[in-house]
Design a binder for this molecule. Structure first.
Ligand code: 7TS
Length: 409
């Protein structure tokens, strides 16, 4: 076991929920892929907002509303710096990754694609980066092309080169797979897609809590993230898009705040990014998301990545020693996710018994059914790590698996 490179006890102490017990055991929370727990500074940002700062934004001339607006717009600037976007005009607040992808599908893609145009998705996508394109396929008669993965759970750049053509209009790809942990070579994929004039949408739901993301360096056209997976609140996320694309895109939803003027004959839309933020936004959520981004930035995403890589190495070594356990997804470049199956034991039975030991893991298809089909399994048990997980948590994970196995076999 190696030394924790983070000042671990200080980080863990910031998460009140981790002090709880579950079925008589201290909680070991290993379902960070589904959602992460929240540090005090995020909880306090929400609390302070509702106690002393709450007002609607962009409309009041009174002090309270002006301050709420400053906080909300300040959160947008925090998000811009976090992703290294050029301008806050490129940062649209949305409900989360799912809404961000649907926005791109129904605004940019619906406006720019026509029958027989092609969208490439990978076989490891979450359903939220598959279904919006299928809806669009049914609306426009476009084609959905699948980039297959190998048995390690990796995509092959040469295979992508073989799929792209002048018909390709979009590559929609996850930065990190929620079911396998695979981290994709986004920069190289963007180059390949751009070489035929296609745009690239990156699903960053799993990547943003675990690694530094620089949208200018990646040169992707769209990047989607969810606050709740990166220690922030639920119901808030970001769509990053290049300014020239957003400028040309039609609104996704109509309503208040996204307009400049309205008559019954004609409506003029607001400037960026407000054109895409119809209705009262999740003001507290945006402020809480900024607090979560500050939390991550203060620790340093490179340090977090290094620490979680050590956790993953340790967990992989330990799990491989368990008889009958098979890890699904062994990409060279992998984040802190381990999916596994165990002999004849159904993943749900395994996870239910692990819960009896206070270990929270997810057993399901992880909303990535094509991945399950690829590996010919109905579901997996998934342990996904966060910055507050310790080597001792991995030991508890191993113990819980052994106990469940002893009960079920
Ligand atoms: N994309 C990926 C790669 C995801 O892992 C998820 C959620 C989403 C998109 C959707 O994010 P949302 O915030 O809009 O819901 N993944 C999971 C998971 O692995 N377990 O529960 C949700």
């Amino acid at each position: 076991m190696s030394e924790d490179p983070l000042d671990f006890s200080l980080i863990r102490a910031q998460f009140p929920i981790l002090e709880q017990t579950e079925n008589g055991h201290p909680l070991v929370y290993l379902d960070n892929g589904a959602t992460s727990q929240k540090p005090l500074r995020v909880i306090e940002a929400l609390d302070t907002y509702y106690r002393s700062q709450n007002a609607n934004v962009h409309r009041g001339v009174y002090g309270l509303s002006e301050r709420a607006t400053e906080l909300y717009e300040g959160a947008r600037e925090t998000a811009r710096v976090f992703l290294n976007a050029r301008s806050t005009k490129e940062m649209v607040f949305v409900r989360g990754t799912t809404e961000a992808i649907n926005l791109v599908a129904q605004s940019w893609a619906r406006d720019n694609l026509k029958e027989d145009d092609e969208i490439i998705v990978t076989e490891m996508e979450h359903h939220s980066n598959i279904v919006p394109w299928q809806l669009l396929r049914d609306q426009l008669g476009i084609r959905l092309i699948v980039l297959r993965i190998n048995q390690s759970g990796e995509i092959c750049l040469n295979a992508l080169k073989g799929l792209v053509s002048e018909k390709t209009k979009l590559l929609a790809v996850t930065h990190m797979s929620n079911a396998l942990g695979s981290i994709n070579p986004i920069k190289e994929m963007v180059e390949i897609a751009h070489s035929v004039g296609a745009k690239v949408l990156v699903d960053g739901a799993q990547a943003t809590p675990h690694m530094t993301v620089d949208v200018q360096d990646l040169d992707c056209d769209f990047y989607a993230l969810s606050g709740h997976k990166m220690y922030g609140p639920t119901g808030i996320g970001i769509l990053y898009a290049k300014e020239e694309l957003l400028e040309a895109m039609p609104p996704y939803q109509g309503g208040g705040d996204m307009i400049y003027s309205v008559t019954f004959e004609k409506t003029e839309y607001n400037v960026l990014p407000y054109k895409f933020e119809a209705g009262t936004p999740h003001i507290a959520g945006a402020i809480g998301l900024a607090a979560a981004m500050d939390f991550l930035t203060d620790i340093g995403l490179d340090r977090i990545a290094a620490y979680e890589a050590e956790l993953l190495t340790y967990a992989t070594e330990q799990l491989k020693q368990i008889d009958g356990l098979r890890i699904i997804g062994e990409a060279q470049n992998k984040g802190g996710v381990i999916s596994f199956v165990m002999d004849v034991i159904h993943p749900h039975d395994m996870a239910t018994l692990m819960d009896q030991e206070g270990v929270a893991v997810r057993a399901s298809h992880h909303c990535a059914m094509p991945v399950m089909q690829h590996f010919n399994v109905p579901a997996t048990v998934r342990a996904s790590f966060g910055v507050y997980n310790s080597f001792a948590d991995i030991d508890r994970l191993v113990y819980a698996i052994e106990e469940a196995k002893a009960m079920l076999l």
